[in-house]
Design a protein around this ligand. Structure first.
Ligand code: NZQ
Ligand code: ZN
Length: 390
């Protein structure tokens, strides 16, 4: 069934080879002074920095470099917001992966806010406006290019917060799959694991519909097959283009239209892992996924596993539901391992003695034990998932 919903996105996607040539015409709609944001240098290595600078020769360009993975409120967001205010920036141009885009969204909101920006990011106050954002995506993963969310870390507070505002949808996202050829095998695998997880978070919901199930299974199949092709041949345009487009659908709510709310439990858990140990988001999610599945498997949820087993993995539908469910859990574990993700948190630097504290942190920030969750997770459940993931 399709339950009631409301949906809309103001973001325009411009997809394909060479689309970045249209950047000046798009940016000019917003003004002449641009804050160009980017990360640690990958855009210079692939020639995109020089290309953008040449295209923007008639604009005033202020730069904010060195935005880190798991972008930090201080210094990146604070400095970016200050630069926007000092230079009367008209539009932000984010060039990079999800971290650069997320940081730019936070900057866009904080630049229009008089108080302490963390008040906005932490949700204590609501953004009333933001600078327009245009982006050139260089890594297929988060879906930040097509959603109204940003995830910002505050090292001083050991905190990593999802920040949402309708004002931070990108106005225009340029998606040229060729700029993702240089993404490392590790980031290609982790980015795909992130998108797979976005789909799964929305698949495990009640009520759900045949239509959404079909779209999500198709998305999962595309991600799982094309990541292998991209790992084998990094400049496989067909594979990179499918990854880029499917990832863009992962996080903007379209896959949930008419479905129940899942609570995004694996993201709640992973954000604590990144906050405490600064691990790669997609790796953390891949490791948690089979353990979370094991934790929530029950008479009530087993039907979701059966659908995945039969429709995605092609398992024999005559098998008993719980046998199918176990095979699905094993299949995801094996798949993530096969694309190069170590499947234990201890292998990515997480320490077991932080588990209790992280479980309390997750409950405090995300109330994963609330009745709105597809399967509520209390502290013992969170501890079990984290311990099983070690
Ligand atoms: O910093 P540079 O030098 O650019 O290098 C980056 C970085 O080291 C590199 N990279 C990016 N494009 C490249 C490239 N290397 C070679 N060639 C290219 N074309 O990849 C590394 C990782 O980049 P990052 O932006 O951190 O990765 P990703 O896109 O996976 O973003 C992860 C962040 O997004 C958040 C995560 O929590 C994490 O902080 N998320 C944002 C979401 C959203 N806005 O909706 C939802 C997600 O669930 C997620 O939580
Ligand atoms: Zn994610």
């Amino acid at each position: 069934m399709i339950a009631d919903f409301e949906y809309g996105t103001p973001t325009k996607l411009i997809f394909g080879k060479g689309v970045v040539a249209r950047l000046p015409e798009v940016l000019a709609q917003y003004g002449k002074t641009v804050l160009m944001t980017y990360g640690g240098g990958s855009i210079k290595k692939i020639g995109l920095y020089d290309k953008v600078k040449a295209l923007l020769k008639d604009f005033t360009v202020i730069e904010l470099a060195d935005i880190e993975p798991n972008p930090k409120y201080d210094p990146s967001v604070v400095t970016g917001a200050r630069l926007c205010k000092e230079h009367n920036v008209d539009v932000i141009l984010a060039v990079g992966g999800g971290s650069v885009l997320d940081c730019s969204k936070a900057i866009a909101a904080c630049a229009m806010y008089e108080g302490d920006g963390w008040t906005l990011i932490s949700g204590e106050d609501e953004a009333k406006s933001a600078l327009p954002i245009v982006d050139i995506l260089t890594l297929a993963a988060t879906g930040s290019e097509y959603d109204a969310g940003a995830v910002i870390s505050n090292t001083a507070l050991k905190d990593k917060r999802p920040f949402h505002s309708p004002y931070v949808y990108p106005a225009v996202s340029f998606l040229d799959p060729e700029y993702t050829y240089s993404v490392s095998p590790w980031q290609t695998a982790c980015g795909t694991a992130d998108a797979i997880n976005h789909v799964l978070e929305q698949f495990f919901a009640s009520p759900h519909s045949m239509f959404n199930d079909g779209v999500m299974i198709s998305a999962l199949r595309s991600l799982m097959e094309n990541v292998k092709l991209a790992l084998a041949k990094p400049d496989d345009y067909s594979a990179r283009s499918e990854l880029m487009y499917v990832c863009s659908w992962g996080c903007n709510g379209i896959l949930s239209n008419g479905s129940g709310y899942s609570g995004w439990p694996m993201h709640s858990i992973e954000h604590a892992l990144s906050a405490y140990f600064d691990i790669t988001h997609g790796a953390g999610l891949a490791i948690i996924t089979p353990r979370w599945m094991q934790e929530i498997l029950s008479e009530r949820t087993v039907e979701r596993f059966v659908t995945l087993g039969v429709e995605l993995f092609g398992f024999d539908k005559e098998l008993s539901p719980f046998v199918l469910a176990e095979k699905v859990i094993t299949a995801f574990y094996d798949f993530f391992l096969s694309i190069g993700i170590p499947m234990h948190l201890s292998e990515v630097g997480v320490k077991e003695d932080a588990i209790e504290e992280m479980a309390e942190h997750i409950l405090k920030l995300d109330q994963t034990d609330g009745p709105w969750m597809y399967v509520p997770l209390d502290k013992p459940a969170l501890v079990r998932i984290l311990k099983a993931s070690m």
